[in-house]
Structures are given as structure tokens and as C-alpha cells.
Design a protein. Structure first.
Lengths: 444, 338
């Protein structure tokens, strides 16, 4: 297999580095020298967009219950169904982006769709309509994720890719932390001003789309022109008969054929297996509360704890991943999660332990969320980058969704302690297998 | 586009979007200010003493616009639409019995709003504050005034913001012993112990200091449960019962029930359940009611329905006869004193 004997700096390197060099030239600042302008621009877009979307998330329960006077139980029913759909949307977005190499255009559609959902909230006054708007919002998120990550990977040099994704994820999480603060500032100035929150959220989202349009280089990804003989030929070979064409059409078949590349297959299977044993955030916070007995008052703050550690550690762990290997850090993140499960199973009860669990949970995100696409980018040919990242990401997301359903069902039958023990054992086995499967040299 | 053109575009857009955002906040702020001016034709309200002891009074959350909006007010039971006496105690949800009040209230913080359940004495002084983890929805006090219960909505996590659950707490005001969540009680469903991660409780109504009824929801089904405080058990009785409210004599429950053919936005109707015969009777209120009713006497229940200025208070006979009547405008969560 051609990818297996390819050195870390061979085929993909020139393609991605070209873009990286241009960006580095445009970005002389010393501290951020290694981070391409495109990545900083995409990070800014994500930061702004997350402020906008987390503003809405923060006030939505209050709006539904206090503003509209609705009973929100059963509101989450469609959530599960939609999780499945959103995985498929991500695949679609990735494929669309690779076809004609229009990553930016597809990302603009995704960000734009989410922005347009904010004014819709002003007129959606019933639970089914609000659910519909949220679903549309998440469709936008699904569409944009893969092309955005592909742009990050294509804009950074292979040796700095982990850092680039780390910076992007840190900026993204920073926005998520700022969103609720902005929302409650607005509510502080205007009591019950939910319409003002949604309007401000829309203005911020629109600004995000504008920054994307203005400051993220668009046009066609340079992969084909820059490297006609290298990666295109090899990827084509794996994709079948359209191999030798100068500009091979990206078909669904060639996207699915990515799974024939051993490294892509390995990463997809590994991410999916580990996803099957990754307990969803909601359950982790419930467990923190049930098992560690933290006070009621701290419960709404638990996701902030995770986000804080994610924010702080995303870039350092990205840099570490560039140095010691992305797969190693990705696995290390799951070891952190394993430790968090372990602490939840101990009979100790105190707030300090909850803090440690959240630190480990945030470390898990910092070591996996950006590191996985950074690791995957090296294995996926540039012209199928978005499709490949979508494939791996969707496998992981669907697996987590299945885990969440199974976890809830098992909780019913055997109780929280037993089901967490099983999840922990499963995670240990999967992590062990992953360590074995992902051994050997890493493609940059 | 040149770098200069991009920058100019950005600055112009920031100015435009900033103006829209600022204008929307100002408009909402102005509207919030308007709520402090009394609405034309609204009920007269004046400051005064509100007591949870005494007799012949009804105390509720005043929703009428003006300086006393959201304050607790007191009116004579025989003239509920009349002049209101307001005390400076603001609650999102309120209930009282035998001189004990529960006020579920909000405190604005820098990062987010925090909520408290305050136990009040008969002069509305706070005896004890319990922090609560979400948005208040229901509260009740036992007929003796010794036990109090409340239900809040809790958002799951920020990544799946649309998932909600409820948490119901019970406190003994004699010892301040708190059960933070009814989920710690043993559930006996159809005769067998039951465990599930998706269990939610809401709408406690007390029979006495040791026993209560409430709603249990799991797997998309709601159940009427009977709770035993001493044994810490909850036993299911029948399905499709939400927000039960026990009659003063303890023989009947009025509750909201999901009716199959209803508009999904208006799913509930009020029903009475005779606890001896277990027979259900629809009440003469044809609209969807999303409230836990309050018994104003042995034969009548009161509940809130959306009005022009916050919720209006309506009443209907508890036996299926008669018709619904509006009792007071801009009034929520009545409690009958004495």
C-alpha cells in the first residue's frame, strides 16, 4: 500500500506547505509565527460564531420557560434523531466542499445558515418551531465543520498542524465561554429582553460570516495545481478509474474509497471504537453530581469547568502533538478520560475531586478534539481532505451517539456505577487496541 | 478586493451591525422600563403589610405593570379582582399554607442568574434560603406548613442545550432536612423496583407531612405517584397524570392530562380524579392548561392562563359542571390564607 511506505514528509508535505509558507510570510509576529493567517482568521470566525450561538444556548431554557411560559419537558426528544442526521450532513458538507474544491463557499453556506436561524427565533414561539430552528442551526454546523477543518489543515504546514488546530479550538472554546457573559449582560440591561439577545446574537453571527468572506482566502485549494504528480495520482489510484486525470473529479465513490487507505481506515475505526466508549458530556456532569455529591448550585457551572481546561490546554497539547506524535496525544487524551471515569467510581465525595474530574475531562477534549483532525489530515489526500475529515468525524460522532443511547438504557437496568464501570473497561480495551493499531510511523 | 477595501467593508459592517444590536437592546430596555408604569385599567395596587396568617385573604404574585410588578400582593378572598396590597417580596413562583410560604426567586449575578428557594414565615421574612439549580416551575407546602417542595427545570449541558430535566426537592421546615432530589427515593413501578437514568419528577402535592402525590416521567410516559417521606418510596398509581393537586379533604385530585387529539402546542386539559373510585371527570375548561391548580374551596380550583399582562387567574368547578370564569387579571400562584 502506497501510504504505508511513504515517509512523513513525502507526498502531502509540499502541497500543504506551499499554502503554509505564503501564510507565514504574511504573518510576521513572533509568538504566532507558526500559525498561518488563514488559521487565525478561521479561529476568529469560530470565536465570533460561538459567542453568537452560546448566547442563544445560555438563555434558551430561560426564554422557553420564563419568556414563553412553555413546559420544556420532552423538548430533547428529537435531539437523538437529529444527531444521526447531523452526521450525514457533515459527510455531505465535506463531499460538497471537495467537489470543485470550494471549501470556503461551503463553509460560508454553513455559517450563513446558522446566522439566519437567529432572527427565526424571534418568530418561533412554540416548541416544535424552536426545535426546528435549532435543527436548522445544527445543519449549518454540520455543513461547515469538515470544510473548515480541511482549510485549517491545508493552510498549515504538516509539522505545525497540531498547533494550528489547537489554536483554532482554543479560540472556538473562548467564544463559547464569552457567549453566556454577553447574553446575561444584555439581559441585565433589558429585563426579559430575549428578542434583544437574539438580535445581538444575529449581528455577531453576521459579523462572523463577514470575517470569513473577507479574511479567509478562498478560491480553489491549491492541491491540484501545485502538485500534479504527487498526491493526486496516488489518491486517484486508491479511488479507482479516475486516477490519471489532471483534475480528477471528486465523486462519492472516491470519497468512500478513502477507507481503502490503511491509515484512514485505522483512524476511522479507532475514533469510532473510542467514540463507542466515550460517555456523553451530559452523563459525565450527572455522574459528577450523583457520585461526588457536589452542591446543586455548582451544577450549571460544570460545563464551564471542562471548557476552561479545554481552552487553556488546546494549544499546548496541539504543540505537544506536533512534537511527540498526534496519535500518542490522542490516545493520551483517552487515558485522561479513563482516569476521570476511575475517579467517578471512587467512593470519595468532595468538590475538589469534581474539579480534578473536570480538569481531566477538559484535557480529554484538548488532546482529542483538534488533534484527531490534525492526525487525520496527514492520512487523507489534500483533494479529499474535507471528505476524509468528515468521514472520521462522523464515525466518531455517531459512535458517541450510540454510546449515549446504550448508556442511558443500561443505567436503567444496572445502575450508574455498574454502567460506568463497563464504559471504563470498554474504553480501556479500545484504547489498548488503538495503541496497537496506531503504532508505527505517523504520516504527517 | 484589496486589504484596504476589506478593512473598510469590515468597519462599515461593524458600525451597521453594532447599530442594529444597540438599537435592539435599547428598545428592549425601554420596553422593560414601560413595565414599571401601571397599565391603563389595571387593578389598583398600593404598598402595605402582607401576612400569611389571618383569614379570608388570597396572596399571589402580582403581574400587573407598575412599580409593584412581581411583588407578592394580598386581596380579600371575596373580592379577588379588587385593590391589591403589595409587599416588597418578589417571587417567580409562590405558595403558602398555615403561615409558611415558599418563594422561588431569582438573583442576577455577573455571569448568570442564580435561583433560590426561600422559606418565609407568616410576615414574609426569610427563614432559610436553599440554592436551586435551575428555573423554578412548581412549589407547594403541606397543609400543616411543615413540609415544602419545589420543582425546577435544569438544562443538561451546553453542547446539547435543548435537553431539559426537572429536579424536585423536599424540605422539612422543622429540621431543615433537605432531600435535594426525589430521584434518591426508591421507585416502585407497577409493583416492582424501577431504575432509570431518564426519571423526572414534578408537581408535588402534599396529603400530610408524611405523604404526597407527584408526577413521575420516564420513557416518554407520565405517572401519578404516591410518595412516602418516611419510607422514601414513590409508588406509581396510574399513567398520564401531571401536576396533581389534592383537594382539601384529600379525596380528589385535579390534574392536567395530555389528550390525544389535541393540538401539540395545546396538549393539556384539566381532569378530576376520585381517589376512591379512580374515576376521571373532565372539568368544564376547554382550553389547554399548563399549571398545577390550587383549590380555593372544596368544590373549586384556580389556575393560570396567558392574559394580556402576564397570566390571568381563572376558576372552574372541580366536578365537571359549570364553566370557567376569570377571577383576576395579571395574577399568578394564588395561596389561600385562613
Amino acid at each position: 500500500m502506497y501510504l504505508a511506505d511513504r515517509g512523513p514528509t513525502a507526498a502531502t508535505a509540499p502541497t500543504d506547505a506551499d499554502q503554509g509558507r505564503t501564510d507565514r510570510a504574511a504573518q510576521p509576529g513572533r509568538a504566532l509565527r507558526a500559525i498561518p493567517a488563514t488559521v487565525l482568521a478561521l479561529g476568529t470566525v469560530s470565536l465570533i460564531t460561538d459567542v453568537s450561538s452560546e448566547m442563544v444556548t445560555a438563555v434558551l431554557p430561560l426564554y422557553v420557560v420564563a419568556g414563553l411560559g412553555l413546559s420544556p419537558l420532552g423538548f430533547g426528544v428529537l435531539d437523538g434523531v437529529y444527531n444521526g442526521v447531523s452526521g450525514l450532513v457533515r459527510l455531505f458538507g465535506g463531499h460538497l466542499a471537495d467537489r470543485g474544491r470550494r471549501h470556503k463557499a461551503v463553509a460560508v453556506v454553513g455559517y450563513g445558515l446558522s446566522a439566519l436561524c437567529k432572527p427565526l427565533l424571534l418568530i418561533a414561539h412554540t416548541l416544535p418551531l424552536i426545535s426546528g430552528v435549532l435543527a436548522l442551526d445544527r445543519t449549518g454546523k454540520g455543513i461547515r465543520t469538515a470544510p473548515r477543518d480541511a482549510m485549517i489543515s491545508l493552510a498549515s504546514t504538516p509539522e505545525n498542524r497540531g498547533r494550528a488546530f489547537g489554536v483554532h479550538r482554543a479560540m472556538d472554546t473562548g467564544g463559547a465561554l464569552l457567549g453566556p457573559i454577553v447574553a446575561f449582560l444584555v439581559l441585565g440591561m433589558a429585563a426579559d429582553g430575549y428578542d434583544a439577545v437574539f438580535t445581538v446574537s444575529f449581528c455577531i453571527a453576521a459579523l462572523g460570516v463577514l470575517v470569513l468572506v473577507l479574511f479567509v482566502p478562498g478560491g480553489r485549494a491549491p492541491a491540484v495545481a501545485a502538485n500534479p504528480a504527487g498526491i493526486d495520482g496516488t489518491a486517484g489510484a486508491s479511488g479507482g478509474d479516475d486516477a490519471a486525470a489532471a483534475s480528477p473529479p471528486v465523486t462519492l465513490r472516491s470519497a468512500m474509497a478513502l477507507l481503502r487507505i490503511p491509515d484512514v481506515r485505522r483512524l476511522t475505526v479507532t475514533a469510532t471504537l473510542l467514540g463507542l466508549t466515550t460517555v456523553s458530556d451530559a452523563f459525565v456532569y450527572l455522574m459528577v453530581q450523583h457520585r461526588l455529591g457536589i452542591s446543586e448550585r455548582l451544577f450549571p457551572l460544570l460545563p464551564l469547568g471542562t471548557a476552561f481546561f479545554f481552552l487553556v490546554l488546546a494549544m499546548p497539547l496541539g504543540v505537544l502533538a506536533d512534537r511527540v506524535g498526534r496519535r500518542r496525544v490522542f490516545l493520551g487524551g483517552h487515558v485522561a478520560l479513563l482516569l476521570a471515569y476511575g475517579l467517578l467510581l471512587t467512593p470519595l465525595h468532595n468538590d475538589a475531586l469534581a474539579f480534578v474530574v473536570l480538569a481531566l475531562h477538559g484535557t480529554f477534549y484538548a488532546a482529542t478534539d483538534g488533534v484527531l483532525p490534525a492526525a487525520a489530515a496527514g492520512a487523507v489526500p489534500a483533494e479529499l481532505r474535507a471528505s476524509g475529515l468528515a468521514l472520521i468525524g462522523t464515525g466518531q460522532a455517531l459512535a458517541r451517539f450510540c454510546c449515549s443511547i446504550a448508556f442511558g438504557a443500561a443505567w436503567t437496568v444496572i445502575g450508574d456505577q455498574a454502567v460506568l464501570g463497563i464504559a471504563m473497561a470498554g474504553l480501556a480495551v479500545c484504547a489498548g487496541w488503538a495503541a496497537y493499531a496506531l503504532r508505527g510511523p505517523e504520516t504527517a | 478586493m484589496t486589504a484596504r477595501a476589506r478593512l473598510i467593508t469590515l468597519v462599515v459592517a461593524v458600525a451597521l451591525l453594532g447599530t442594529v444590536a444597540f438599537a435592539s437592546v435599547m428598545r428592549a430596555s425601554h420596553r422593560a422600563g414601560a413595565l414599571d408604569t401601571a397599565q391603563p385599567g389595571g387593578p389598583p395596587v398600593s404598598a402595605g403589610a402582607v401576612s400569611l396568617a389571618g383569614a379570608g385573604r388570597m396572596v399571589f404574585r402580582n403581574m400587573a405593570w407598575g412599580p409593584y410588578r412581581d411583588d407578592l400582593v394580598s386581596v380579600p378572598v371575596n373580592d379577588p379582582g379588587g385593590a391589591r396590597v403589595a409587599a416588597p417580596v418578589r417571587c417567580l413562583r409562590f405558595y403558602a399554607a398555615a403561615g409558611t410560604g415558599v418563594c422561588l426567586r431569582k438573583e442576577d449575578g455577573p455571569l448568570q442568574e442564580t435561583y433560590f428557594a426561600s422559606i418565609l414565615d407568616s410576615r414574609l421574612r426569610t427563614l432559610h434560603d436553599f440554592p436551586i439549580a435551575g428555573i423554578p416551575t412548581r412549589t407547594r407546602v403541606s397543609p400543616s406548613g411543615h413540609m415544602a417542595a419545589w420543582t425546577v427545570f435544569v438544562g443538561g449541558d451546553s453542547y446539547a442545550g435543548s435537553n431539559f430535566s426537572t429536579r424536585t426537592s423536599i424540605v422539612d421546615t422543622r429540621t431543615w432536612a433537605l432531600t435535594p432530589s426525589l430521584e434518591t427515593y426508591k421507585i416502585i413501578k407497577e409493583g416492582r423496583p424501577y431504575h432509570a437514568a431518564d426519571v423526572n419528577f414534578w408537581g408535588v402535592t402534599f396529603a400530610d407531612d408524611g405523604h404526597f402525590y407527584a408526577t413521575l416521567a420516564t420513557k416518554g410516559q407520565t405517572y401519578l405517584v404516591h410518595g412516602d417521606v418516611a419510607a422514601q418510596t414513590l409508588t406509581t398509581m396510574r399513567t398520564n397524570v401531571e401536576c396533581p393537586s389534592l383537594s382539601p379533604d384529600g379525596t380528589r385530585l385535579v390534574f392536567k392530562k395530555r389528550v390525544p387529539d389535541a393540538d401539540p402546542d395545546e396538549p393539556w386539559r384539566l381532569y378530576a380524579l376520585d381517589l376512591k373510585t379512580m374515576e376521571e371527570t373532565p372539568l368544564a375548561e376547554s382550553r389547554s392548561v399548563d399549571d398545577q391548580v390550587v383549590w380555593s374551596d372544596e368544590h373549586t380550583v384556580m389556575y393560570g392562563l396567558a392574559g394580556d399582562y402576564g397570566d390571568d387567574l381563572w376558576s372552574v368547578p372541580a366536578d365537571g359542571t359549570g364553566k370557567a370564569e376569570r377571577v383576576a387579571v395579571a395574577a399568578l400562584n394564588p395561596a389561600f390564607i385562613g
